[in-house]
Write a protein that binds this ligand. Structure first.
Ligand code: ATP
Ligand code: MG
Length: 768
């Protein structure tokens, strides 16, 4: 029982009281996930059968980590716990039950690409303008309907939804939704949202099935509950209804998936659904230093909508939060990479102790480049999954067809790859025939002479025979042999082998890697059915992170903040803290979007255990053009007492040949200089921020630019000969000042523009 010793009294109470509904809503790093982990271990120790426990986590990786921890306490019994993401757990259940709702048990899971491709096909068929009916937009609309359990019939009958679509000038989304649903059904395919939607349908329409799983899952636990959507909430509620042994943990301050339909309301609903709910409070953060915890608290305090929470840390105060400015995104990468080398060599960290977090995937490029230059090993999490690469998807499409030839997206993908003279026109003809006769594309292909008589019928016949032969081989051969057979006989291996370019070789290697993975799978001893069909089942649900994690690999972790949820690292760099990037441009239109963005910042900051560094760049390539950037308002919102501002002398390359730039200092340092004596010169050095925020515009609530501009109070800070920056005119030098406060006028020389006269109270000049 000594595992209980690693818990504080509140955590322990939550672990030991296993009966009845329980909820823990507590701040980051307070041990919520630890409570779930120990609770499961405790249940098993108390004699509960692991098969009767269901744990739902947010990522596959989280469930893998949790299972390993539980294994340390209870041994191999932990293997029997039902544990995984909502999608993976319910895909598994649907495999068993699908036929009850009219699907084959070997249904295909359409990933987002498949879904959007199908939507595009439908838009073409309906001859709709794909700019207006943008596939992403339609996909999101359908997705959000499903996550709110609105079927296509309900969608079309709901006057509010219809009115919304009409006012969006897209009245036909309901019809597209209907066609999309029917086409998926015909293809024996479910998309991601269907895995939850259809589970709801199943549990609603089949009380016997519901009862079976209620009896099976006597204990339910959900981590990251704040990010569940209505569809997930309903499944959990149904399953828990018989025994009510349901424990959910979450943090409303870390709700970051509202854009995908997650609903904080689920936390409040929970209290309403279970009146005799036990609520536990966890207030101590064990993860981070006091400074980091205080910074996190000060960030989230800017949000109006949040549940009241106390979070404190008994850990050391720790370093202040470092803020670093770069002049370009490449320089930002370099700065971070150099800091990693430095910290690692002076403090004895491993690469594993570092994470770089960013708002958007595109930011990884500059980081990767800088890390490569310094030979720092890294791994990108959550990026394009291995299974999403084109060549891998192509081969997998053949596998999919082997087991479910009705799969239309797979047919469209490979019917003419490698080329066999079955181009777009043929595909169109097949689709039209399938539609006319209300049969699948596959049935058309198998009876091509009848439906599309002519020259291509023979080729279609060859294609059908090939796929059928794969199915025959799959029955005889093991997973690896089947996969290899298909790779060879489909012509894919030959096609890739012929391409001797570097990319071509890379693609060939990826296919080899896929085959190796299948070989490994075929050798696993912990599962009974090791056929290719089983390997294939939930491949669409796998992400990059799930590919065999090499525990021994010592790498820096790179990921978006969204993917970092629940994780922790000794050193964290949050990069790209710039207006319009973080907070993102899209979030600036409403308070609720901005608050979600701030919660995202809170998540980022609370991943750090020992040291947190925030970086931003004053310029960055975005969508192909170099844009000037302003530091994020989020930096400004942090109490300056916790900040340490490093002043980095820009490298020559980032400055071009603008000689005015050479002595630039960070704006934050400049801000401090209003209340403190100036440091002697530029270059690298460290300036601690003052305890009180100096009074400049940068301190004002952010309706306006976060760059400290000119205020009448600070007018005396400007002097002749000073280098300044103007929003529109760029960098310049003050030639003369005249007039008295508050009407001081400056003559400023701007390179390429000549002298300009500016009234300081209006011109947003800043000293550089
Ligand atoms: P998040 O909100 O980020 O998901 P969390 O509340 O789930 O955080 P955990 O990840 O469970 O927090 O715990 C944070 C860290 O604190 C982990 O390293 C965990 O092992 C440690 N920890 C939690 N509780 C204790 C405790 N009572 N004693 C020592 N360490 C603890
Ligand atoms: Mg957690």
């Amino acid at each position: 029982m000594d595992y209980l010793a690693g818990l504080n009294p509140q955590q322990r109470a939550a672990v030991e009281n296993t009966q009845g509904p329980a909820m823990i809503v507590a701040g980051a790093g307070s041990g919520k996930t630890r409570v779930i982990t120990y609770r499961v271990a405790h249940l098993i120790e108390k004699g509960v059968d692991a098969f009767n426990i269901l744990v739902l986590t947010f990522t596959n990786k989280a469930s893998k980590d949790m299972r390993e921890r539980i294994m340390k306490v209870v041994g191999s019994e932990a293997k029997n716990i039902w544990m995984g993401t909502f999608h993976s757990v319910f895909a598994k259940i649907l495999r068993v039950e699908a036929e009850k709702i009219g699907y084959p048990s070997n249904f295909t899971i359409y990933d987002t690409d498949d879904s959007k491709s199908l939507i595009r096909t439908i838009l073409r068929e309906m001859q709709l303008d794909d700019k207006l009916y943008n596939a992403n937009f339609v996909y999101n609309r359908i997705s959000s309907a499903k996550n709110n359990l609105v079927s296509h019939t309900e969608y079309m009958q709901n006057p509010e939804i219809q009115a919304e679509d009409v006012s969006n000038k897209r009245p036909l989304i309901g019809v597209i939704y209907e066609t999309y649903t029917k086409r998926c059904f015909k293809a024996g395919a479910m998309d991601f949202d269907d895995l939850l939607f259809k589970t709801n349908v199943l549990l609603k329409t089949h009380p016997d099935v519901l009862n079976k799983y209620q009896q099976k899952f006597k204990y339910l636990m959900v981590d990251e509950y704040q990010d569940t959507n209505f569809s997930q909430y309903t499944i959990v509620k149904k399953l828990a209804a018989a025994y009510q042994n349901i424990c959910v943990v979450g943090d409303d301050a870390q709700s970051i998936y509202a854009f995908r339909g997650a609903n904080i309301q689920n936390i409040l609903n929970f209290e309403r659904d279970y009146p005799d709910l036990q609520v536990y409070k966890l207030e101590q953060n064990y993860r981070s230093t006091q400074n980091i915890v205080e910074v996190a608290n000060s960030i989230i305090a800017n949000n109006k909508n949040q549940l009241e929470k106390n979070v404190f840390s008994d850990n050391e105060a720790g370093d202040r939060i470092k803020v670093q400015r770069a002049f370009t995104d490449n320089e930002e990468g370099k700065m971070v990479a150099e800091a990693i080398v430095q910290e690692r060599s002076t403090k004895g960290y491993t690469y594993h102790d570092f994470a770089i977090l960013y708002r958007t995937n595109a930011q990884s490029r500059a980081m990767e480049e800088a890390l490569r230059k310094l030979n720092i090993p890294y791994k990108i999490y959550g990026g394009l999954s291995f299974y999403q690469r084109k060549e891998v998807k192509d081969l997998i499409a053949y596998f999919r067809l082997t087991f479910n030839p009705a799969d239309e997206e797979a047919i469209k993908r490979v019917i003419n790859y490698p080329r066999r003279g079955l181009g777009d026109t043929t595909v169109e003809k097949i689709m039209v025939a399938a539609d006319q006769h209300n049969i699948t594309m596959w049935q058309v292909i198998c009876n091509a002479q009848q439906y599309i008589p002519g020259r291509t019928a023979n080729q279609l016949n060859d294609f059908a025979v090939m796929i059928q032969s794969f199915a025959v081989e799959a029955k005889k051969l093991d997973a690896y042999e089947t996969a290899l057979y298909i790779a060879q006989h489909s012509g894919i291996l030959k096609e890739l082998h012929a391409d001797q370019s570097e990319e071509g070789r890379g693609r060939h290697e990826n296919i080899q890697e896929l085959l190796n993975g299948i070989k490994e799978f075929g050798e696993r001893e912990d599962i009974e059915d090791r056929s290719l069909a089983v390997f294939m089942q939930d491949i669409a649900l796998l992400t990059n992170d799930d590919k065999a994690d090499d525990k021994n690999a010592d790498t820096v972790s790179l990921m978006t903040i969204h993917s970092s949820k629940g994780l922790e690292f000794k050193n964290v760099f949050v990069v790209g803290l710039e207006e319009n990037l973080f907070p993102s441009q899209m979030s600036l239109n409403s308070r609720s979007d901005l608050e979600e963005e701030r919660r995202l910042f809170y998540v980022a900051v609370t991943r750090a255990e020992k040291k947190l560094t925030l970086t931003y760049s004053t310029s960055r390539y975005r969508w192909g053009t170099l844009t000037n950037c302003e530091p994020s308002r989020f930096i400004d919102e942090i109490n300056a007492r916790f900040l340490e501002i490093e002043v980095v002398k820009p490298s020559k390359s980032s400055l071009g040949d603008n000689s005015f730039d050479n002595e630039r200092r960070s704006w934050t340092q400049q801000r401090d200089s209003f209340s403190k004596p100036k440091p002697a010169s530029g270059g690298t050095g460290t300036v601690s921020a003052p305890a009180q925020r100096p009074k400049t515009t940068a301190m004002l609530p952010k309706a306006h630019v976060p760059t400290p501009g000119f205020t009448p109070d600070a007018a005396n800070a400007f002097q002749n000969g000073m280098d300044v920056e103007h929003e529109k005119f760029g960098f310049g030098k003050i030639i003369s000042l005249e007039g008295t406060l508050p009407d001081v006028k400056a003559t400023v020389f701007f390179q390429g523009l000549g002298n300009k006269q500016l009234l300081l109270k209006f011109a947003k000049l800043r000293i550089v």
